[in-house]
Design a protein around this ligand. Sequence first.
Ligand SMILES: [Zn+2]
Length: 544
Amino acid sequence: MKSSFARPVACLIAVSSLLASARAAESPPPRLVVLTFDDSSASHHAVAAPLLKRYGFGATFFITEGFTFRTNKRDYMTWEQIAELHRDGFEIGNHTRDHLGITERTLPRLAEQLEAIAAQCRAHGIPVPVSFAWPGNRFHPAALPVLAQAGIRFARRGGEREGPYALGGGVAFEPGVDHPLLIPTTGDARPDWTLSDLQRAVARGGPGRIPVLQFHGVPDGEHPWVNTPRERFEEYMGWLHREGFQVIALRDVARLIDGRPVPADPLAPMESRRRAAAAAPVYSSDKELIDVRDAAKVRARRPLLIAHRGGVVSSRVPEASLAAIREAARHGYDMVELDVRATKDGAPMLFHDANLRAATGHDGPVSALTEAEVRALRFRRNGEPVAGLEQALLLCRQLHLGVMLDLKDSPQVELLRKVATLVRKHGLEKSTVAISGHPLVRAELGDVALVPVSPEELERTKAGETLALAGRHWFGIPAWLPPEMIPKLQRAGALVFPAINLFRYENDSERAQAKRDVEALRRIGVEGFQIDSAYQDFFGKALP
Ligand SMILES: [Zn+2]
């Protein structure tokens, strides 16, 4: 509006459209999609824009000078290229100067961060942005007045609040329901997305609901965990074009929002959707989530395969990563082992090693850093950020993978309670096994996980006593358990999960030994195996 008053013609148009919108906001036409791009990737100018122009699509490009923007012009646009996007009719949005994750602590820096991008826009003949994307999709309600003060009218977040988001599936934007500064992402493109993922996101649109798509680079050199290969992107846009979708920038939702009320509690719409989603969970895998409390069901499916090291690991997939979990689902595992370590501020993270160095390059343990600091670290193998336990559990639930919890630190009540809450929150309390036999683990996790048979219970079973061991399991390397003990434990109700791990069988003759162990244990009828993916061919699966 500020600039409209300087130009009478524009002012008239603005006023008349304002009057129109005051009468009644339009309801969205049925085939409408909002398209957004984050992080100033060079491919936005080189690949995305020419294609969008060909199809007559609008889009918003959210600009930050964060990451290596200033020096790395192979991966990031120049301001001249950004100005060209504007001249071509695309919207330039604000993504903060330094890609500032917005928390209570960083809030005082937000105004200055927004102004830095606005100033660059003015200097390059680009209108001051009215749209904003929350960096890293993290938002804070206290930032809303700061955004409004800076002239931001529309802001896009992720979709984590409503439910599982690790695979990039969120909810549609509902004008008049969602706060305009907390517009959800409906589809957040992932490297392993295919056209059907995009179609699923777009299908969430409909009367009163607009799908909002979020892309990073197409391709993305610096953020491989959100990379979209060029061919995929072309396929997605080609499909939207053929299907006759109208593709718009975020600012274009103005005509759908104007005149509608803003929710008094900006978080309320998310909360009610989250509750509704929890009541009717969405599944994405064909396999049924295993119920480890139901021994008969487990035996009907035996041997269960539990992926050691957080999933299926390869030269491109680090252990204890979300990518490894996805691979485990793809390879048809029943469960994954999740390694848990606590940060300095007590957040449970998914991480295996005692030191972060080998996997991420940062020298030191998880416990020396805050959650925010650990989340900022990336795996050397694939560039993916280190994940929290909650993200891992969400993903497991979504992929129908049971969980074997390996708590790496010495047990602390507070952490164990957090873990138990998360297991319950994500509906995995019948699908989780804890492998520590520490009394605290037994006490705190016994309700949400099978816990190990204690040494005393093992001794008494060995001596011929028949105990009630339902809700217990035995886990360890085959050499630790005499074969005749297996049926005894099973009769008492316990499940038996031998581990076939690389560090036990290091060379080829040991691989042969591992194979013999598996065959013998299968004959006895153990309920499952925890294995490294190097041994999955023993179970008829192709090696990764
Ligand atoms: Zn970003």
